[in-house]
Design a protein around this ligand. Structure first.
Ligand code: ADP
Length: 326
């Protein structure tokens, strides 16, 4: 794409001006065509300064999702090799599933600047206004179905590690797959198996993170927060996405090599309410006990008056002792 070729040229000379003449010679297009593409790039959020005699200088890349910026930021080898980015999708998981059915490869990433009908577990609604990171990854890992459930745990750790590295922020994990800051949800994860888990083992991993928008955009009722609310500034969504994909890739490879202990330890270090009295909701039933840890299948271990019991993520919800969300 001409636009991207221009960016490569400008990025090769950071903080320097590249003349329209030399761009036009390199890319074999007219200077008018270059000017036109520069306008499009500005609309996409690139800060490019143009000076009559000197040419163009790339001052800043956009914080909003942008395929070129994301590609530059990516350090993973398989995850994100192919990127599908749209302004708006009903749901990135739904689109990723379609792409997987059409043969989408391991590591294909689907991103939307906003989602019109995002979903959480059990078809619950997921609010996804623009400014968030709404990302799904097609995974075809070399894992059994039992081991695949650990990928949602891996995604939690991948996001938590990215927040710590990039923003020096420690967020907690609420079993199985919610990320919490000061008792408020900042991100959620939704793993879904595509079709039958047999010959082609495909999993869609959806991650929704409240990033560059104020909390009010989620509506008044939710126990939620956003990174913008915490940091009081916007951050680069491309770098965040790239960092998460890199972390996730490492975790998936570790799982494929049957190394679960490190992941389990990292996960438990960030688990909210570990060792505390909690309630488990199973339909109408409430089971009380002490949260002891997770099994090698990622199930929650609860010490109750009747002994230690395990609960898998699909069937129950975790609540604090008071029954509060957290
Ligand atoms: P749970 O945390 O109960 O397991 P899910 O993981 O299924 O829930 O996520 C869906 C729920 O998350 C919704 O019912 C709503 O309460 C809440 N929610 C929806 N959108 C957001 C958002 N952008 N940020 C935080 N919480 C949200």
């Amino acid at each position: 794409m001409l636009r991207h070729d221009i960016l490569y040229l400008l990025a090769e000379h950071p903080e320097k001006y590249v003349s329209g003449e030399s761009i036009s010679q390199h890319l074999k297009v007219t200077r008018a065509a270059i000017w036109k593409q520069i306008q499009v790039l500005k609309e996409e959020g690139f800060q490019i300064e143009g000076q009559t005699r000197k040419g163009y200088c790339l001052l800043k890349t956009p914080f909003s999702l942008n395929e070129w910026v994301l590609k530059q930021a990516l350090t993973s080898t398989s995850l994100g090799k192919k990127i599908h980015l749209e302004d708006e999708l009903e749901s990135t998981n739904v689109r990723a599933k379609e792409l997987a059915r059409q043969g989408g490869a391991h590591g294909q990433v689907v991103l939307a600047r906003c989602q019109s009908s995002g979903r959480g577990r059990l078809q619950r609604q997921w609010e996804a206004p623009s400014g968030g990171l709404w990302m799904s990854v097609v995974l075809r890992p070399n894992l059994s179905l039992a081991d695949a459930s650990k990928i949602t745990l891996a995604a939690s750790v991948a996001i938590v590690d990215a927040f710590e590295k990039l923003f020096d922020l420690r967020i907690g994990i609420k079993w199985p797959n919610d990320l919490i800051f000061n008792g408020l949800k900042i991100a959620g994860i939704l793993g879904e198996v595509v079709g039958e888990w047999n010959a082609v083992r495909t999993l869609i991993l959806g991650m929704g993170i409240n990033v560059n928008f104020p909390r009010e955009q989620l509506g008044p009722l939710l126990n939620a927060t956003t990174l913008f609310e915490i940091l009081k500034k916007e951050v680069d969504l491309n770098i965040l996405a790239a960092t998460i994909l890199r972390n996730l890739e490492k975790q998936v490879i570790a799982l494929e090599n049957k190394e679960f202990e490190e992941l389990r330890t990292s996960w438990l270090e960030r688990a909210i309410s570990l060792g505390e009295e909690v309630r488990i909701l199973r339909g109408e039933q409430i089971i009380q006990g002490t949260f002891k840890g997770i099994t090698i299948d990622g199930a929650l271990l609860l010490e109750t008056d009747d002994g230690v019991k395990s609960f898998s993520a699909g069937e129950v919800q975790l609540r604090s002792k008071e029954g509060k969300y957290f």
